[in-house]
Design a protein around this ligand. Structure first.
Ligand code: ADP
Ligand code: LRH
Length: 491
């Protein structure tokens, strides 16, 4: 029986999922799970990349100790972040976290040098201050030694794969999140690199998802006393893997990948790059099987995670199910925030920022834990309606429901409220979308599935899907009108 391993590193936690194909069905087992804790040093926020590498090795050890014979493995993670490799082949410094504040003024600064419309026309990627492009610009302005010493730039999964295999490659789906890749030419954008004075030699040939990208190198095998196995490049951007795992039956479908971030959109054959897409700040990220993801980033459950961390610092600890229950007991459709307000991007005292937002917009601030959680979840559901309708507008399609995948689907209230807000059914599952998408791309590469559609069918047959039918239409529709006025979003 073939066993393969998927490492899915999310912004809040990482996991190793063991996958097996049994009579055409997918079986998964969670071999290892670990928290992914950013580390603040002085004013800087970093990822603990070596700890993540250590956790990957722990999972490989667990597989060995359980007598599991692995055939292959692959890694996916959040996008945009990277590390530099120096002349001796070693990692220079700790990768920055995309929520580090060093990119705060970067968009404004760069647009004074290169018009935003040129950047969007070249890359089709939405503007977010933390995109690799703006991180590099900020490092340049700060005269960072990283740029002087760096010889190769590797995205987070590229970097971890390099530690494991000794081979340096850049993978396609994650390369597109840099906002330095041109989907029209299918290569790094030489003109953007030239304008930014970034050496082309930092960026390697781009591997398609499903490419074999090396084998576990001898030093790793010796250390862990394990045989070498192939390491694949899958859709190494977690959103790419999550969307690969959407159990859709037809080509035209809408999805919401719901975790730390909420990513709402549809899959398209060609990137949608025009003025309106730029104005609405939609993105075109590279996906599997020559597709792109036309989608919008929504701040997501990060706001709730950060509230939870704040309450923990105040000595009150809540599990996610407890928070969902408290939200269910609070008053419905009372006060709203725009989850995408820049106030909510950096780490910090989120309940205080929610109060600040509500008072600023003439609303009464939520007070109890349940009221705060309800405000976050309802506001997310309403923002999902906005992004859902824009996805229909930009893609010229009408969707008869929404597929939700990711850890956030364990929040049954959020799923139900999303259905209420969009007025269409929500089909929720699987919750480990990214890890399952990672597995199926390995299997497609190994010939176990003919293509992505056969793999999606196997996902449909293997994992339960929960259906949420829309309810309370009038109340949610009125709430949406209020939400739009309050947040100033144009519909
Ligand atoms: P990421 O991959 O970005 O780290 P996940 O896909 O693991 O994120 O989703 C994490 C989110 O899922 C959490 O922020 C939390 O809101 C939600 N979640 C996780 N477990 C539960 C649960 N048991 N009940 C409700 N929500 C949950
Ligand atoms: C979701 C995600 C998203 C990126 C963000 C940095 O995990 O990859 O697609 O924009 O993290």
């Amino acid at each position: 029986m073939s066993n393969i391993l998927a490492f899915d590193l999310g912004a809040s936690s990482g996991r190793a999922l063991l996958g097996r194909l049994v009579d055409g069905k997918i079986e998964v087992e969670e071999l290892h799970r670990f928290s992914n804790d950013p580390v603040q040093v002085g004013n800087r926020l970093h990822w603990d990349i070596l700890r993540l590498y250590h956790e990957i090795k722990l999972a490989l050890m667990k597989a060995k100790n359980q007598g599991i014979d692995l055939q292959s493995m692959a890694i996916d993670s959040w996008g945009v972040d990277f590390g530099f490799i120096g002349k001796d082949g070693e990692l220079i410094g700790n990768p920055y976290h995309y929520r580090d504040r060093h990119t705060e003024d970067a968009m404004e600064g760069l647009f004074a040098e290169i018009p935003a419309s040129d950047i969007f026309a070249r890359t089709g990627i939405q503007f977010q201050p933390f995109n690799t492009l703006f991180q590099l610009y900020a490092l340049k302005k700060a005269n960072s030694p990283l740029l002087k010493e760096g010889k190769r730039l590797l995205m987070i999964p590229d970097l971890l794969r390099y530690f494991l295999t000794g081979e340096m490659h850049n993978e396609f789906s994650n390369a597109t999140t840099t906002q330095l890749f041109n989907p029209t030419t299918g290569t790094w954008d030489s003109e953007l690199l030239r304008l930014l004075d970034l050496p082309e030699s930092w960026f390697g040939e781009v591997l398609k998802p499903g490419s074999k990208a090396g084998n576990l190198q001898p030093s790793v095998c010796e250390e862990l006393r394990i045989p070498s196995i192939p390491v694949y490049a899958v859709a190494e951007h977690d959103t790419g893997s999550a969307v690969a795992a959407v159990p859709a039956t037809e080509k035209s479908f809408a999805y919401l990948s719901c975790g730390t971030w909420s990513l709402m959109g549809t899959e398209v054959d060609k990137p949608v790059i025009h003025e309106l897409a730029q104005k609405l700040n939609f993105t075109n990220e590279g996906g599997v099987a020559e597709t792109y993801r036309l989608l919008k980033n929504i701040m997501g459950l990060w706001i709730l995670q950060e509230c939870r961390r704040e309450w923990e610092r105040a000595g009150k600890s809540y599990s996610f199910p407890e928070l969902v229950q408290l939200a269910g007991e609070a008053q419905a459709l009372s006060v709203f925030i725009d989850p995408d307000n820049s106030l909510f991007l950096p780490p910090g005292d989120m309940p205080a920022r929610i109060t600040q937002y509500c008072l600023r917009t003439g609303q009464q601030a939520p007070e109890t834990t349940g009221e705060i959680v309800r405000c976050i979840l309802e506001s997310l559901a309403l923002k999902y309606r906005y992004a859902f309708e824009l996805t229909e507008l930009l893609s010229g399609q009408t969707f008869n429901g929404l597929h939700m995948v990711g850890g956030g689907i364990q929040n049954t209230l959020l799923c139900q409220w999303t259905a209420n807000a969009i007025g269409k059914p929500v089909w929720a599952g699987p919750s480990e979308g990214s890890a399952i998408g990672n597995l199926i791309v390995q299997w497609i590469a190994q010939g176990e599935f003919a293509d992505i559609w056969e793999a999606r069918k196997a996902i449909r047959d293997s994992f339960p899907m929960t259906i949420y039918e829309p309810e309370e239409r009038k109340a949610w529709s009125d709430a949406y009108d209020r939400f739009c006025v309050l947040t100033g979003i144009q519909v």
